[in-house]
Write a protein that binds this ligand. Structure first.
Ligand code: MN
Length: 204
């Protein structure tokens, strides 16, 4: 068994004009593919060979001698969540129990957006921004490089890729505009709601 590159859940051009087909093609077919290929080379013949990707991420985390495996596994997992966190005609506001949880944690959807953007634009270097369920509550967290809330017991509901390759072709250095587009036009609240409903029992 090896880790495979998942297809995008929509066409390359489906997120235009917010993210160009060119960005999606390079990002998915080259960056994401490379993480998957490198990971498969690294785990061949190791104890990780038969493991599910999410478990590889958790088990290789914070181990100095396995940082290369962790970086590639983390990036492979993070990108899969990122593609699914977006949808054409996304944005707007969440529904049902996710709307309640957002209200409890952040006050309002506008407060949520402001806080998410602050974390996304304020986390230094190559990073990810997450809506995460942690200890039964929603939180926004930023992580650097390949890290994610998975490695500290959180359940990510949404991911936003804040590595330069995610936005530079379309937005150059204006990463705030990329985050606005993600929040206002792309974010898939139904996906996040499904992940909230499917959360592990320990998070209930
Ligand atoms: Mn990326």
């Amino acid at each position: 068994m090896s880790v495979t590159l998942p297809d995008l859940p929509y066409d390359y051009a489906a997120l235009e004009p917010h993210i160009s087909a060119r960005t999606m093609k390079v990002h998915h077919d080259r960056h994401h593919q490379k993480y998957v290929d490198t990971l498969n080379d690294l785990i061949e013949g190791t104890r990780y060979d038969e493991m599910e990707l999410e478990r590889i991420v958790k088990e290789s985390a914070k181990k100095d001698d396995e940082s290369e495996i962790f970086n590639n596994a983390g990036q492979a997992w993070n990108h899969s969540l990122f593609w699914s966190s977006m949808t054409p005609k996304g944005g707007g506001a969440p529904a049902d129990e996710l709307a309640d949880a957002i209200g409890q944690a952040f006050g309002s959807i506008d407060d949520f957006r402001e806080s998410f953007k602050e974390t996304a634009t304020g986390t230094f270097g190559s990073s990810w921004t997450w809506l995460v369920l942690r200890n039964g509550k929603l939180a926004i967290e930023g992580t650097q490089n390949a890290d994610s809330p998975l490695t500290s017991g959180g359940t990510p509901l949404l991911a936003c890729d804040m590595w330069e390759h995610a936005y530079y072709l379309d937005y150059q250095n204006e990463k705030g505009k990329f985050v606005d587009a993600y929040l206002e036009n792309l974010v898939d609240w139904s996906f996040a709601l499904n992940r909230l409903r499917a959360r592990p029992r320990a998070e209930a």
